[in-house]
Design a binder for this molecule. Structure first.
Ligand code: 6GU
Length: 244
């Protein structure tokens, strides 16, 4: 899977590929990336990428030209795959969740456009965007952090990116429930004990405890997920029917 990220802060966005699981995925050739800075495709000597909004509103709007030019150059370099998907990161997009991340992970190439300023000229979106995604109901000063979140969430669904295959299928959400609490050594720390059952070696009891914890947490903290869980939309195999 290749991520092409269009951003005026390429060095910032690159950090997501430099640490942990993603770094290993890049080194192993499971994930590759290309950073494209619209500023390199500007025509004027100030390298302008933004201008005032038509209709008069405070704040600047990213201009069409540098982004169209960037796409043209990628096309000319034969860097765009036929099966690519172009995603604009914006707070007005579809709210990112587990299913969207898994779905996007099945593409060979994702082009992520991180907007800055008040927005991007709509003609860029009308021309290129296949999808628009938001990471939550709050406003970030740019799409860069959202693009990084999307890359990380998607990469976990690429085969062999996460070392222990099971850990993805046991993640929160893949089961339709939030994850249960975790403990490691020591068994006693500052007077706080690890729940007895986890030390018992009784795997059936341990599974039962984890399940109960996951259910209780989901019910209390995420009634929306709980509703969906008990309404039987899960096929019992971690995947919900009718998803995607
Ligand atoms: Cl994708 N972009 C920006 N600028 N803010 C956001 C967002 C995206 N998702 C939530 N807030």
């Amino acid at each position: 899977m290749e991520f092409v990220i269009i951003t005026i802060f390429p060095e910032f966005v690159e950090q997501v590929f430099k640490w942990g699981i993603l770094r290993r995925a890049v080194e192993a050739g499971k994930v590759s990336y290309r950073l494209v800075d619209p500023r390199e495709f500007t025509a004027d000597r100030h390298k302008s990428i933004d201008d005032v909004a038509y209709g008069g509103r405070p704040g600047m709007v990213m201009m069409c030209e540098p982004i169209f030019k960037a796409m043209e150059v990628l096309e000319a370099q034969d860097a765009l795959k036929e099966s690519r998907r172009f995603i604009h990161l914006t707070p007005t997009g579809r709210l990112l969740n587990w299913e969207i991340a898994e779905d996007l992970a099945s593409n060979d190439q994702l082009i992520l456009l991180a907007g800055r300023y008040e927005g991007i000229d709509q003609r860029v979106i009308d021309t290129f965007a296949d999808d628009e995604v938001s990471i939550g109901d709050y406003v970030l000063s740019g799409g860069e952090l959202a693009a990084m979140v999307l890359v990380d969430a998607i990469a976990r669904f690429i085969p062999e990116v996460v070392g222990n295959e099971q850990s993805v299928t046991q993640d929160s959400f893949s089961t339709g429930l939030l994850d249960h609490p975790h403990y490691t050594r020591p068994a006693s720390f500052n007077g706080m004990e690890v729940p007895e059952v986890l030390l018992s070696g009784n795997h059936a009891e341990i599974e039962k405890w984890r399940r109960q914890q996951a259910e209780q947490l989901t019910r209390l903290r995420r009634p929306d997920l709980w509703e969906r869980h008990i309404s039987g939309k899960s096929d019992g195999n971690g995947k919900r029917s009718g998803g995607k």
